[in-house]
Design a protein around this ligand. Sequence first.
Ligand SMILES: [Zn+2]
Length: 239
Amino acid sequence: MTDVKRMRAVLLRMAALLRRSGHGGWAEALDQRRGELSRDALAAAAAIRSWYGGTGGLDRVALDRPDAEFEALRDELLFMCAPFPIDAPIPPLRRVEGTVMRLHCGRCAADFPGFAFADQAEPEADGLACAASREADELVLAEPEPEEQIAWQAGGDLRFARRLAAEYGRPDLRVQRRRERPADGRAGGVSLRRARPAAGASVFACVRCDGESRVVGELSVEEFEAAGGRVHTVGGLYR
Ligand SMILES: [Zn+2]
């Protein structure tokens, strides 16, 4: 087991090539193992090794046309999943806890979920992030890479969101962002805002229109999932 990041990239690319050749079942299997890598990389590697050898094995799958890239990746994957030597430690997993927020956008009236990390007034500072789907009741909890965090804290470049889109094939994910609370009106001035948030209430950016969204409810992850929502953890996090 050498490099989980590389394994992820290899599995992603192989799945794309398999799908293109009509091997959707195999592609699905590769995706599943890729999802499992962050939770239990050793188990994922063992499962992948078991695909090799035998009549219905991954090493017997033939694409539409001979594909040197696919064959090289297939060999590399087996090599990376070899049980020995373990020459790079697998980074420790980090447990996340928290509750699901129900958010409502004051501009476009969208309702969408968010995540409040337990004991984290500013999860950004501690390298934790949540992304919500624009289309489904779904959350992804992740740890952005340091350089993604820097770009994200600067507020402009959403490299982290782009990676989620590329790595997981999910362009619908929007990274949860706090918005500055509306400025106080000048002394004696009249605020045109209908309602100012209570002190300490957080305002988030809407996943659809970027408008100000407020917390209208809070529930446990279990309650959220029982109601059809989904919470995924990726990249070294678990819950
Ligand atoms: Zn909105």
